[in-house]
Design a protein around this ligand. Sequence first.
Ligand SMILES: [Zn+2]
Ligand SMILES: [Zn+2]
Length: 106
Amino acid sequence: MTDRPRSAPMPAALRTGRPAPHPARSIRCPHCAAAPGARCTTVSGRHTKTAPCPARIAAHAQQTAVCPTCQVAPGTPCHDDGIQRPDNSSVHNRRYEEAEEMAWPA
Ligand SMILES: [Zn+2]
Ligand SMILES: [Zn+2]
């Protein structure tokens, strides 16, 4: 008889087929200033968007994930071989994946 350790509990939202809100929604949007938890809007504030602004996704990845590409810690902007990126808010593609994996474990 094997007594297997229980695997990590599955987030219910992932198994019920209901899409979880994008993890970037947990922070304030630096682009359209949507409050934490609120959907992004157009800059005029008149229309809500289904997907968060790209700047919000980047800011969320920067705040929560270690970058697998340039190895910086959460909260630190990405760099290219030690040179700061011209756009300080952009992050490497793999950092987006890292942030989503932490929020939405497979
Ligand atoms: Zn936004
Ligand atoms: Zn990076």
